[in-house]
Design a protein around this ligand. Structure first.
Ligand SMILES: Cc1ncc(COP(=O)(O)O)c(C=O)c1O
Length: 372
């Protein structure tokens, strides 16, 4: 080949996103498709977000504020953290890339859970860094194993709490015991994309540790509970010195004006956020009850999705569910064969999904009987 593509790129795999609804409709010729694959908010964004977007249309020809001043100022008021500790990007995906580009040289190492968010790995690979994956036998992050995996080359440790794709989380005591043991030149990225959904009592605010641990970076997003995944806006908190470096690396207009205005509006609608969280908790309880009655084991989730063991062929189940109009994430795509990850949706969709799932399992059982 005449092009000299970097080896890091030639050896990378393309990210497999949840299948879009339009693609499933087109490919399978079905009218009604429900996506429960990408942990999106089934209730959508607050009406205030939509109003803010309409108002912003008049400024469509202008470049956005590259420093996202209004949004950082709002986040500062809400969290009590200073504005120079806050950085914004086009989704936390973009910020993960910024962090990787800022720290990682060839042959540096990152540490992440074996079943954790795949973008940590992809962005490290792009920089030529090595990925050290730690034990997740019980599908929860093993902080002890993470600490034991530290070497002279470790630059970043990714803690995803709650963790995607398992939904599992860890509490304050485990975190405190862990962070004390990590040398302070190693960056700890606490990815809290699902924090708004957490119900465990010993959950903690990672921002409370920023003063003591300058090596801590906290990432959050408007894509999940705020229902703004299409707008692409994520935010982070870190030591101002680090934030200064991140702003050298991030694309100057990474966060478009609509996203900035919408995020400010979303922060102002706490009532709506409360409803979203309540609906998610109701859906989660419904799934737990159904799965228990079917005798299937699931990972207790602190997020807006549930991972469970189908005790069958997840890829087959995935394809059959799709034909019935439900898109989910098969464990085969996540390195956990046999499992499926299902995003919690509206109660109507949850009930429809469960009906379809049970039909699929009995179809498979019938076929197995015939072939015996
Ligand atoms: C753990 C985790 N971090 C980050 C992201 C990226 O979110 P964003 O839409 O803000 O880029 C996701 C998206 O699924 C996620 O699950």
């Amino acid at each position: 080949m005449k092009y000299k593509i970097r080896e890091q790129v030639t050896t990378m795999k393309r990210y497999v996103a949840g299948k879009p609804i339009s693609e499933v409709k087109r490919e399978l010729g079905i009218e009604t498709v429900v996506k429960m694959a990408s942990n999106e908010n089934p209730m959508g964004a607050s009406p205030k977000v939509k109003e803010a977007i309409m108002k912003t249309c008049k400024d469509i020809s202008l470049y956005p504020d590259s420093g996202s001043y209004a949004l950082r100022s709002e986040l500062s008021k809400l969290t009590g953290r200073s504005m120079d500790e806050i950085f914004i990007g086009g989704g936390s995906d973009s910020l993960i890339k910024v962090i990787s580009s800022t720290f990682l040289n060839h042959d540096d190492e990152i540490i992440m859970g074996e079943h954790s968010f795949s973008r940590y790995e992809d962005n490290a690979r792009l920089m030529g860094a090595k990925i050290v994956k730690t034990n997740m036998e019980k599908l929860v992050l093993d902080l002890d194993d993470m600490e034991k995996s530290i070497t002279d080359r470790t630059k970043i440790i990714y803690l995803c709490n709650p963790n995607n794709p398992t939904g599992s989380s860890f509490g304050k005591n485990d975190f405190e015991a862990f962070i004390k043991k990590v040398p302070d030149h190693i960056i700890i990225v606490m990815d809290e994309a699902y924090r708004e959904y957490v119900t465990r009592e010993d959950y903690f605010d990672a921002l409370d540790y920023l003063d003591e641990y300058k090596n801590l970076i906290v990432l959050r997003t408007f894509s999940k509970a705020y229902g703004m995944a299409s707008l692409r806006v994520g935010y982070g908190f870190a030591d101002p010195e680090l934030v200064g470096y991140f702003y050298r690396v991030v694309d100057p207009f990474d966060v478009n004006l609509f996203a900035q205005e919408a995020a400010v509006a979303a922060l102002g609608d706490t009532e709506y956020l409360k409803k979203v969280i309540e609906e998610n908790s109701r859906g989660k309880e419904y799934f737990y009850k159904e799965l228990e009655s079917m005798g299937l084991s699931y990972v207790v989730s602190d997020a807006n999705f549930i991972l469970w063991d189908t005790e069958g062929d997840d890829m087959d189940i995935f394809h059959r569910l799709m034909k019935k109009g439900y898109i989910i994430r098969p464990g085969g795509f996540l390195g956990i064969p046999g499992y499926i990850r299902v995003s919690i949706s509206t109660m109507e969709n949850n009930i429809g999904f469960m009906r379809a799932f049970k039909e699929v399992l009995s179809e498979i059982r019938e076929q197995e009987k015939i072939s015996v």
